[in-house]
Design a protein around this ligand. Structure first.
Ligand SMILES: Nc1nc2c(ncn2[C@@H]2O[C@H](COP(=O)(O)OP(=O)(O)OP(=O)(O)O)[C@@H](O)[C@H]2O)c(=O)[nH]1
Ligand SMILES: [Mg+2]
Length: 501
């Protein structure tokens, strides 16, 4: 926004501004803004925290960051190699941490020094690798606090990295996702996001919009000047192109959300086909009661599992049939609701028996379902139902034969679920995803504004309206990467961090 104001100013001074909306100019502008933020917002205090979980373990880390970090380390530690301040950056030194009152040795440690600006926070950082007992770590932290450090707030190290311009908000969010990742795939995607893959894409799109807004503004403000306006078809093409790329990012954001929260899947089928046995086989636990008595499961039994690296919230359901009593009726109502809500429906058939009317009734219910995956269970027994006995519409899907009893086919089922959820292709492509709900809603808003701008153009509204809408989209994208620094948003994000990160 301010860039547009600056453009207008330069243009009013008759400065040739056509080249100023180029990505190069935006980079310079961004650096100026960042430099101002760094100058006025960078904290002077040295902070300290225990950065590893409290509890018994091999190694724990007490981390210090700030202008006094190395001097504090000098006062805390004795080494055979002289003071820590004399050690080169990015070296590890064996040291003893001494209690300044009793002169007792608190712990023998390894101290890593990372001098500014080549550190996580871009400040001087000292990491004290000690033994991971809660008592030892606490004593070292207390000693650092006594020597002048302040206790770090949750997320303050990452907040400083952000304020110093080392990472942007998307990357900071990715650090949270990485810490909280519940599956391998989620951790991998978060790591890619932390590297800045998504931010680069969003920044590039934002810069395109800044350029476009500047053109639209110029057409409004400088009609009488010798500025050649961007042609209507070119504006329309540019709007549609960015909107299209945002749409693709949104599709991936949906996948990112799945990675973070997990896909939901319901195991459904008539009683006794082995639904609960399948849930137990997948979780490798006795989660649900299994019995040869049809109608055993009455309520939804939920378990969080990983298949093919993908997090799944798997729901075992009550067998599908005409209920025999009120409890079973309530259970089947819950099955019905689960079918409506989940991302994936795993339809289980008993291969050791012929299809029964209940099987056929449920298959009919799911006939037009795109979320369906079909499984033939009990392949360890002589088979009476195979793929050829299934209705034609089911046969079009890939069908997996398994034995919940001995585990046959479960890997294949995992791969099928992965491919049906749309993850596998994206994950192989080394993709990074936006994962937070606020990022997704900002993307949706930005896309909506561009669609509105396109509509405004086709309805013959002037550049002024379009420019206002494009500017709103720019603000939305800026909020994702932290270019429009809204303190409240920043505070909300960093609040979610743990102390020490
Ligand atoms: N041989 C064999 N038996 C199985 C297999 N899977 C399940 N069973 C048996 O089939 C019976 C029913 O299994 P459950 O897992 O309780 O079936 P369910 O579909 O959950 O049944 P409801 O809860 O009543 O709807 C039990 O006796 C299981 O031991 C399998 O792969 N092979
Ligand atoms: Mg069951």
């Amino acid at each position: 926004m301010s860039q547009i104001v600056l453009l207008s100013f330069l243009r009013s001074k008759k400065v040739r501004t056509r080249n100023l909306s180029t990505p190069g100019f935006t980079v310079i502008w961004q650096k100026l803004v960042n430099a101002t933020i760094i100058k006025y917002m960078l904290p002077e205090e040295t902070i300290a925290a225990i950065s590893t979980p409290i509890g018994p373990g091999g190694i724990g880390i007490v981390r210090l960051s700030g202008p006094g970090a190395i001097a504090i380390a000098d006062r805390l530690a004795t080494t055979k190699k002289g003071p820590i301040s004399a050690r080169p950056s990015h070296t590890i030194t064996l040291a003893k941490i001494i209690d300044s009152h009793t002169q007792d040795v608190i712990d023998e440690v390894l101290i890593t020094v990372m001098r500014a600006p080549n550190s996580y926070t871009r400040e001087d950082v000292v990491e004290i690798n000690c033994h991971a007992g809660a008592f030892t770590m606490k004593k070292i932290l207390d000693a650092a606090l006594k020597e002048g450090a302040r206790m770090a707030q949750p997320g303050e190290f990452t907040r400083r990295a952000f304020l110093a311009g080392r990472i942007d908000l998307t990357q900071a969010q990715a650090v949270i996702s990485l810490i909280q990742a519940r599956s391998e795939a989620a951790a991998r995607a978060a790591a890619r996001q932390a590297e800045g893959h998504v931010s680069r894409k969003i920044r590039a799109l934002r810069e395109e919009l800044v350029g476009l807004a500047a053109e639209l503004e110029a057409a409004v403000d400088f009609v009488e000047e010798d500025i050649e306006p961007m042609s209507a078809p070119k504006i329309s093409k540019e709007l549609k192109k960015v909107a299209c790329e945002l749409e693709e990012l949104l599709r991936k954001a949906k996948l990112g959300k799945f990675l973070d929260e997990g896909i939901t899947a319901a195991i459904v089928g008539r009683p006794n086909v082995g639904k609960s046995s399948l849930l137990n086989a997948l979780t490798m636990e006795d989660k649900a009661i299994v019995s040869s008595h049809p109608g055993t499961t009455r309520d939804i039994v939920e378990a969080r599992i990983q298949m093919d690296g993908i997090p799944i919230i798997m729901k075992d359901t009550a067998g599908w049939r005409v209920p025999l009593d009120d409890i079973e009726s309530q259970g089947i109502d819950r099955t019905r609701r689960a079918i409506q809500e989940v991302d994936l429906i795993i339809l289980v058939v008993d291969g050791s028996e012929r299809l029964k009317p209940e099987d056929k009734e449920l298959m009919g219910q799911l006939r037009h379902e795109e979320r369906r995956v079909t499984v033939i269970n009990k392949t360890d027994l002589p088979q009476k139902t195979d793929v050829d006995h299934l209705p034609r519409y089911l046969r079009k899907d890939p069908i997996i034969s398994i034995s919940a009893k001995n585990g046959d086919g479960l890997d294949l089922l995992g791969q099928l679920i992965g491919s049906r959820s749309g993850f596998s292709k994206e994950l192989e492509g080394n993709e990074a995803f936006l994962t937070s709900a606020s990022q997704e809603s900002n993307l949706i808003n930005a896309k909506t504004k561009l669609d509105e701008a396109s509509a405004a153009q086709s309805e013959g509204f002037g550049e002024e309206i379009m420019s206002a809408l494009v500017k709103e989209a720019i603000v939305g994208l800026g909020e994702i990467v932290g270019t429009n620094v809204n303190e409240e948003i920043v505070r909300q994000i960093f609040k979610r961090f743990c102390v020490g990160k």
